[in-house]
Design a protein around this ligand. Structure first.
Ligand code: DGJ
Length: 706
């Protein structure tokens, strides 16, 4: 396990529990990728270092296995690094220049240009128990003239030659995020990216590749996820000689920047992994990785109530108090006031940027509501959107120069707001200051940080001063710095990342966020699709899901309360309905679900997720969570429609101890309540789901050994 280096053969291996990742240096001094997959004897990869050519059209076949290829010479592939030197040379020749074993699991490989004082450091960290490798790059300009960086990728993942490659990823849009797609890759490039200034709902920075035959439980899968919340790009390029490279990093779209003399560029981390147990194993490794290495806080989520869908912008202290009283009756633990509590924010037309409590809505200030909420035994949370401003706001009137803008161009209004240039030091200081004041002044336990527009006119004021940098990058860096600072100043506060739904969730943001709002679409059936796609890469422990009204405002679909609760209980449970209008019967049914959720939420947050049946297939959808000690498991099953009078169904479970006996707490119509793990995993658990939109949650606990 860990890092191995064979000096004589010039071969490096990152060995995890179930994988080998091997690269080496060829006789021309070029770093070559050699192997990634099931563990092998790394030194036996040495013959792959041989120099290969094909014809004058493909002279340098070794570039097809470059570990970190530069744009130069006969390398025409998508480059990891593309620079322009100040004398006009646009050609890079990177050769191996040494290595440093930083720790048992981390190595840094130095590359340098043949002529120019440009140095590249490739960082590799092996994470053995989850078979993952973190990669990043640092680029040093050791010269006395600036270098223009056209593209600098964090890493390139080279897959072994497979007869077929299939790419799996997510796509979507507002209210329809995280939709799974997969397609065969033939020769050429397939690009996944965001150009809008943030992670985006249209795509998300992770990928998976297999040979077209892997499924949920079997098959080899190679995958990766990039820790960047701004413009990102993942390019899968299959060469004409059969190799697939997947490169990822900050997008070069409008993104070239200058690296001054002595300056260093550090890329985001691009984490890659290999599993032989199908897409399910991939997701479980990524979830465990996030729990152990990425996420900042505790996993178990408080049940929250958020008043956005109930009140919209019409927030006022009396209404909120009523909602808080109802929420407390349900067993809610955190009451969150969303948009509309500040400035002249009566609609999305005005007030954004003015972070003072609206005196008409809260004549005695916010404390009155906080006291009430706390009196009910709940904690208090608040919504903010610090990166935007309405032109109709005091902030904009005072600082019109703080928004992204170009001279001679009208700023594009989206949701009636402009985007603040967070890269500007004064804007960063302003955001930190108002957030600090807010959190200092009130007993706030939770912040939902929203962001509701894309970046347009990405110019900075004054333009000339910022000519050399990428405003795209600085925005994200400052965002991370602000979140890190706030977390440090207010360790008791939990943070949620939200961007008009789930448009800013990635491994970068999850280093600072306790939880994530994954979509503004709260229709429980659509949510099953969105949640399934989300959990391919991201942990259910961060996935916030609300129970809202039926019929649902977005699709007009009516769903039973049980279906809505069960769908939302698969992540962090929230309630977003107008509970002031719920009947006593609905309230007591809801309170029962909340109580049930509190009994199982540790399994959702800390357990392993097995996708038993996909909602994408239309019939039965089922997901199972198994606690780390295999003492407990929770199964959720949903049937969209019953057909032909037939409702019998069994579902085979996974991840249990075959010899243990598991029992069900509430039999709910079943005659049998005790099963061996082996029976549950082979014969299956009987489900009694009858009728349309039927759902169940089944909690099984291991019987103590006799
Ligand atoms: C978009 C978010 O996703 C919603 O949950 C809500 O907070 C609104 N913004 C408020 O403007």
């Amino acid at each position: 396990m860990g890092i191995h280096y064979w000096e004589q053969e010039n071969i490096f291996e990152l060995r995890t529990e179930r994988s080998s990742y091997v690269f080496g240096v060829n006789e021309q001094g070029i770093l070559q990728h050699l192997y990634w997959g099931e563990p092998v004897e790394a030194r036996e990869c040495a013959p792959l270092l041989a120099i290969r050519t094909h014809s004058s059209f493909d002279n340098d076949l070794n570039s097809d296995q470059a570990e970190y290829g530069g744009r130069g010479g006969g390398n025409y592939a998508e480059p990891c690094l593309h620079v322009h030197f100040s004398d006009g040379v646009r050609d890079l020749k990177l050769r191996y220049a040494g290595c440093e074993l930083v720790s048992e699991n981390r190595i840094s490989i130095r590359l340098s240009d043949d002529h120019y004082p440009l140095r590249v450091e490739l960082g590799y960290t092996a994470i053995p128990e989850v078979d993952l490798i973190e990669r990043d790059v640092r680029i040093f300009n050791g010269g006395d003239t600036p270098v223009r960086v056209i593209q600098a990728m964090a890493a390139s993942w080279t897959l072994p030659p497979l007869r077929d490659y299939r790419l799996t990823h997510v796509t979507g849009r507002w209210a329809g995020e995280y939709q799974l797609r997969s397609q065969p890759l033939s020769e050429g490039r397939r690009v996944l990216e965001s150009r809008r200034g943030f992670t985006g709902p249209h795509s998300n920075p992770w990928f998976a590749v297999d040979n077209g035959r892997a499924d949920e439980e079997t098959g080899k899968v190679w995958f990766g996820a990039l820790a960047w919340s701004g413009n990102w790009k993942i390019t899968a390029e299959k060469s004409n000689f059969g190799r697939l490279h997947v490169l990822g990093g900050i997008n070069d779209f409008d993104g070239a920047f200058e690296l001054g003399p002595g300056a260093v560029y550090s890329s985001p981390v691009f984490t890659g992994g290999y599993v032989s147990g199908g897409f399910g194993a991939m997701s479980r490794n990524l979830h465990l990785y996030q729990s152990r290495y990425i996420l900042p806080g505790g996993r178990v989520r408080k049940v929250l109530y958020n008043s956005w869908e109930a009140t919209g912008f019409a927030v006022n202290v009396q209404e909120q108090k009523k909602l808080a009283r109802q929420a407390a009756r349900l067993g809610v633990e955190r009451f969150v006031v969303d948009d509309g509590w500040f400035g002249a924010r009566n609609s999305d037309m005005a007030g954004l940027g003015d972070w003072t409590v609206n005196p008409e809505k809260f004549p005695l200030g916010l404390q009155e509501l906080i006291d009430e909420v706390k009196g009910f035994g709940m904690d208090f949370g608040l919504w903010v959107e610090p990166e935007s401003v309405n032109p109709d706001s005091d902030l904009y009137r005072q600082h019109p120069d703080w928004v992204y803008q170009f001279p001679n161009r009208e700023g594009t209004l989206l949701r009636n707001q402009l985007m603040l240039n967070l890269g500007h030091p004064e804007v960063k200081a302003f955001v930190l200051e108002f957030m600090t004041e807010l959190l200092d002044s009130y007993d706030i336990s939770f912040i939902k940080w929203d962001m509701n527009r894309t970046v347009t006119e990405p110019g900075a004021f004054p333009l000339a001063e910022h000519a050399g940098d990428s405003v795209w990058i600085r925005h994200v860096e400052h965002l991370y710095e602000i979140w890190a600072e706030l977390r440090q100043r207010f360790p008791q506060v939990e943070f949620e990342t939200c961007a008009g739904g789930g448009a800013r969730i990635d491994l970068g943001m999850l280093r600072y966020a306790d939880q994530a709002w994954i979509s503004d679409n709260t229709d429980a059936l659509d949510r099953l699709l969105i949640q399934e796609g989300f959990c391919y890469a991201y942990s259910p422990s961060v996935m916030m899901c609300w129970v809202t009204e039926s019929p649902h405002g977005m699709n007009g679909r009516s769903l039973p309360l049980a279906f809505r609760f069960h769908s939302a209980m698969m992540g962090g449970l929230g309630i977003g309905a107008d509970i002031g209008k719920w009947s006593d019967a609905e309230l007591s049914e809801a309170a029962r679900f909340v109580a049930q959720y509190k009994k199982i939420r540790h399994v959702i947050a800390e357990g392993s997720l097995y996708r038993l049946a996909s909602v994408r297939e239309g019939g039965l959808a089922a997901g199972q969570y198994v606690s780390p000690d295999r003492q407990e498991t929770v199964v959720f099953a949903f049937r969209q429609a019953q057909h032909f009078g037939y409702s019998e169904q069994r579902i085979t479970l996974r991840g249990l101890d075959p010899d243990a006996v598991y029992s069900m707490e509430a039999a709910e119509g079943l005659t049998q309540t005790l099963w061996h793990g082996s029976t549950l995993m082979n014969l299956g658990l009987p489900l009694s789901l009858s009728g349309d939109y039927a759902s169940r949650m089944i909690h099984l606990q291991r019987q103590p050994a006799r």
